[in-house]
Design a protein. Structure first.
Length: 238
């Protein structure tokens, strides 16, 4: 019994850390890490990344997502999939669903399902906030026997081929490419290491919030033009 609550607490902590990363990386918008991606890794590099994206649920949805999403986004969706197993979805007369945890540790969430064009909306607004489907919506997709998520729910910003896309532009220097790869690697390693225990994720979340806030304030005080502007005109819209 204690183990169940400890596991749940760890998952909640990881989820909170994920939200922290989404908020701060989105705010900093550092060379398009989240909002305006511009680089692409080689096919070999993508294969290496996939080796460290382990399956945990055996759900077809997870396998398909693993093939499409960046490691960071896949880890976030994977955590939501794991937690969704602890939720029950009750269909209402109008076709919507009430989704609640089996121990009722949090409130109900209303999930609206529009089958005509496979639209799903949850009252928690997680997808609108982060671009990653929440546990409540995933629970409904699983109950409706979906083996893969509709393509519309894999936003361009989180797709591996888009978020690592490099446009051949001479204004982007090799040093920028190297810096981007280093930053991305550090971010993914940080998330992976902090996901191991609740203590780690709590610590990283606390310290990361302070450090990213400090860095963001310092960066905003710097000049906006250093003579080598980067061209974002070809970046994806999502």
């Amino acid at each position: 019994m204690v183990s169940i609550f400890e596991d749940l607490a760890q998952i909640k902590s990881i989820s909170a850390l994920t939200s922290t990363l989404f908020v701060h990386l989105g705010a900093v918008d550092m060379v398009g890490i989240v909002r305006q991606p511009i680089y692409k890794t080689s096919r070999h590099a993508n294969q290496i990344q996939c080796q460290y994206m382990h399956m945990k649920t055996c759900l077809p949805i997870e396998e398909r997502s693993r093939q499409i999403l960046t490691p960071f986004a896949f880890n976030a969706l994977q955590q939501e999939l794991i937690v969704s197993m602890q939720y029950a979805a009750s269909e209402m007369a109008n076709g919507s669903y009430l989704v609640r945890h089996f121990r009722k540790i949090d409130g109900e969430s209303l999930v609206i399902w529009i089958p005509e064009d496979e639209q799903i909306h949850c009252s928690c607004k997680e997808f609108e906030s982060s671009g990653i489907l929440c546990r409540h919506a995933l629970r409904v997709f699983i109950d409706k026997n979906y083996f893969q998520l509709p393509e519309k729910y894999f936003l361009s910003r989180w797709r591996r081929e888009s978020s690592l896309m490099f446009y051949d532009d001479h204004s982007v220097h090799d040093k920028d490419d190297e810096w981007f790869q280093e930053f991305q690697s550090l971010t993914e390693t940080l998330f992976a290491e902090s996901s191991i225990t609740k203590e780690r994720s709590d610590y990283i979340r606390r310290e990361l919030t302070k450090e990213l806030t400090r860095l963001l304030n310092e960066v905003r005080d710097m000049p906006e033009n250093d003579g080598a502007p980067m061209d974002f005109t070809l970046t994806p819209t999502d």
